[in-house]
Design a protein around this ligand. Structure first.
Ligand SMILES: Cc1cc2nc3c(=O)[nH]c(=O)nc-3n(C[C@H](O)[C@H](O)[C@H](O)COP(=O)(O)OP(=O)(O)OC[C@H]3O[C@@H](n4cnc5c(N)ncnc54)[C@H](O)[C@@H]3O)c2cc1C
Length: 359
């Protein structure tokens, strides 16, 4: 197996993400869950407040962890990439290797790199993100769909603002702030606001964010204050409507290339991890590469579709600026019992983790 990565090296900067229970179960099948827990922060509870700081819902996650045998973990992206890369054989990743085209001749796939080099393999897995070249070749060129809000992310030096493993979100009209400790020394945060597509920040993004989030309760200002300006990222939130075909012949899509979703459920990378494990399972059991890829597609398409659709719908509600929708949203959050919140997550978290370790 060869991983072709166009970047010159493994990611060292960037923000963080949550690896939820379902993906932790997959990582446990690969023997990597312990390393992820150690490098990140186990999430023990979450709270949703209004932007002024009135608590609307809290959720303790101990019961889910006890029932499912795993906890969700917040981790820096660079730390996760390092753990995943270190599980591969030496020289399995080739950096500075940008795929620019490929041909499937029925017996194998020939890949062309930007350098002009050609490589041959028995299958091509396009895990090349939301702007995937492999997807464009399989399904046609199509622009991603803009969700109507933009997102800033950063890593703050303010540790554990509400305690170890406690994550939080503060919801205002058309504007939201969320945070998760990623260890004893740093906290990941994200901030979303409804905006026209393609907006840009002026000189001092942190000062602009302080203004945008003025009136938000603690710990928003404190987290922003302790964030190095140069580490703040901004992305418009985009996804792709679900596709039912991810495979053609010996080429297949995986991760955002297959099912890019808005980040409202924090499941994009988790679903990519589920894809990878399902793909390995199906390929090792199938009589041919083509059959293995089709088995992977049918094992995964429907579940991924649910995440794309639910993430989109969740975003439409939590990011709404309509006072009526915001009122209903807050009322609903406030009336939710632990049991109903938990039930809403269980379908996402309950998965059968295959026994891959020995294979
Ligand atoms: C604001 C925000 C918050 C998020 N939070 C979470 C979260 O908490 N939990 C979660 O699970 N998910 C989260 N996600 C989603 C998550 O980031 C993505 O789903 C995940 O990164 C997808 O992984 P991927 O490997 O499919 O694609 P990518 O991460 O985009 O990786 C694609 C890789 O392919 C390489 N590449 C691209 N084109 C080529 C080419 N032609 N040749 C060679 N290499 C190429 C790129 O350099 C890159 O390394 C979030 C997303 C956003 C925007």
């Amino acid at each position: 197996m060869l991983v072709l990565e166009r970047a010159p090296q493994l990611r060292v900067a960037g923000a963080a993400l949550t690896i939820q229970i379902n993906a932790m179960q997959m990582l446990s099948a690969l023997g990597l869950d312990g390393a992820v827990r150690e490098a990140g922060e186990v999430i023990v509870s979450g709270r949703i407040d209004t932007h002024r700081g009135r608590s609307m819902a809290t959720l303790a996650l101990g019961e889910a962890a006890a029932r499912l045998g795993q906890s969700s973990v917040a981790i820096h992206r660079a730390a996760l990439s390092k753990i995943l890369a270190s599980a591969l054989p030496e020289r399995a990743i080739r950096f500075d290797a940008e795929l620019v085209g490929f041909e499937d001749d029925g017996e194998g796939v020939q890949v062309r790199l930007a350098s002009g080099e050609a490589l041959r393999g028995s299958a091509l897995i396009g895990a090349d993100g939301i702007h995937s070249r492999v997807r464009a070749a399989l399904l046609g060129e199509e622009a991603p769909r803009y969700a109507g809000y933009t997102c800033w992310r950063g890593i703050s030096a303010l540790p554990r603002p509400r305690g170890a493993g406690v994550v939080g979100q503060l919801w205002g009209p058309g504007i939201r702030f969320g945070f998760a400790p990623i260890g004893p020394e740093a906290t990941y945060w994200f901030a979303t606001q409804n905006a026209a597509r393609g907006g840009e920040d002026g000189g001092d993004v942190r000062a602009e964010l302080r203004e945008r989030f003025e009136g938000f309760a603690s710990p928003v200002a404190e987290l922003l204050e302790a964030t190095p300006v140069e580490s703040i990222l901004r992305n418009d939130i985009i996804d792709r409507p679900p596709a039912s075909k991810w495979v053609r012949g010996r080429a297949a899509l995986l991760g955002d290339a297959a099912h890019a979703m808005t980040p409202n459920m924090g499941q994009g990378a988790c679903q990519a991890i589920e894809d990878a494990v399902a793909l390995a399972e199906q390929l090792s059991a199938a009589a041919s590469v083509e059959a293995g890829l089709l088995g992977y597609e049918s094992a995964r398409v429907e579940r991924a579709r649910r995440f794309v659709n639910r993430s989109w719908r969740t975003g439409a509600v939590v990011q709404s600026s309509n006072p009526l929708v915001c009122g209903m949203r807050n009322l609903r959050a406030g009336l939710s019992s632990d049991a109903s919140l938990m039930a809403g997550m269980m379908w996402a978290w309950e998965v059968d983790a295959p026994q891959l370790r020995a294979s």
